[in-house]
Design a protein around this ligand. Structure first.
Ligand code: GDP
Ligand code: MN
Length: 354
């Protein structure tokens, strides 16, 4: 589960990682009230789960209530790369002397955790990695040993952070590591991690992905969940127990198995199309699942065509075909459907479709 920035900051705060005081708001009036509470100047920040909000105009500085109101009016409802802003976060503005980067994530190929620290923060870390890879200090952390204080010091030294920032950064890295491990995250990222004019180190942004496999030991995650499901398509899919992720394109995709679904997205992209979603109906998909899948896809008005890619293993071709036929009876579909059906009982399935 991906958290919004403000939720990530709430999560950080549980591990004593310093963040700015602020509050969230869903209306302009509530935003101004939060701004008054935080104390001017404030930053008004769009809460969408996509990077580069700053460049898109989703992050604005306000010196007084009038400016806060104007920014809140502009940002609420704004579309940032296909994500509509329904909530904003308002926090007391920081005086930035330097912007750094820090993260922990899982490096699956190394079978270890990966720490990354850079003195080049505040910008897209992918472009730093491309243009100036030496500017990112990296360290693999053995999951059994964990991150030691010495590791944190070496990372900070390798990244070349300013002398005034060293102690604060070492402290935050250790707390961020605890947040990552005890907080059961797959990713914790602070970009920018800032050094303020008065010498404090502090998280200005938060990107946290929680490991859903650990949800059973975190009943407190429920509070994040309601909000994190704001995409109505994803909410509907979740109700039906489907593995669905909404995307911005026009080709609705249904496949069985996450690998086949991802390959299907790639293939659609390669031939110049763009996927409207990822949808894996799983190994033992039956008629009911197929109907649910088509129902969810048909509620997305960006969908102009539907591509169903099924390789029958456990899934039987006739079940898939019956599901499609049944769904056509239940759902009003205007988009043309292209079906690739192969594997177990594909012949029977195709006969039913014919
Ligand atoms: P992102 O663009 O989605 O990564 O959003 P961030 O939260 O990282 O903010 C983008 C940029 O806005 C930061 O790198 C800062 O330069 C600027 N910014 C954010 N908060 C503040 C603040 O409190 N004070 C100042 N001066 N700039 C800020
Ligand atoms: Mn950022």
């Amino acid at each position: 589960m991906d958290l919004f920035e403000y939720q990530g900051k709430q999560y950080f705060a549980r591990f004593d990682i310093p963040v700015s005081a602020g509050g969230y708001a869903d209306t302009v009036d509530a935003a101004v009230a939060e701004a008054d509470k935080a104390g001017y100047p404030v930053v008004v920040k769009a809460q969408v789960q996509v990077g580069g909000r700053g460049k898109a105009g989703g992050i604005k500085l306000a010196n007084d209530a009038t400016e806060a109101r104007t920014h809140a009016e502009n940002i609420l409802g704004m579309d940032i790369k296909g994500h509509v802003v329904r909530r904003i976060w308002v926090e007391h503005a920081s005086d930035i002397a330097k912007e750094y980067y820090a993260s922990f994530t899982l490096d699956r190929s190394a079978k270890k955790h990966l720490a990354m620290v850079s003195a080049k923060g505040g910008v897209d870390i992918e472009s730093v990695a491309e243009e100036d890879p030496g500017a990112i200090a990296k360290m693999h952390i053995d999951p059994v040993d964990g991150l030691t204080e010495a590791d944190a010091r070496r990372l900070v030294a390798d990244a070349g952070l300013d002398a005034e920032a060293v102690e604060g950064a070492v402290d935050i890295l250790q707390k961020l590591w605890r947040c990552y491990v005890e907080g059961d995250a797959d990713l914790v990222e602070i970009n920018p991690l800032i050094l303020t004019d008065d010498g404090k180190v502090h998280a200005l942004d938060a990107k946290v992905t929680l490991d859903d496999n650990a949800a059973f030991r975190h009943p407190e995650w429920e509070e994040f969940r309601g909000v994190a499901q704001l995409d109505p398509r994803e909410a509907r899919a979740k109700e039906k127990g489907l593995q669905y992720i909404g995307l911005d394109g026009s080709v609705g995709i249904i496949a069985n198995g996450a690998g086949l679904a991802m390959s299907t997205l790639d293939v659609v992209n390669q031939v110049g199309g763009s996927a409207a979603n990822f949808l894996d109906i799983g190994g033992g998909a039956n008629a009911e699942t197929m109907t649910d899948a088509l129902e969810v896809i048909s509620t997305d008005d960006k969908v102009k065509s539907i591509f169903i890619n099924i390789f029958g293993g456990i899934t039987k071709g006739e079940d898939v075909a019956n599901g499609i036929v049944e769904a056509l009876g239940r759902v009003k579909l205007t988009a043309p459907i292209v079906i690739r059906l192969d594997g177990t009982n594909a012949e029977q399935g195709r006969a039913i479709l014919a």
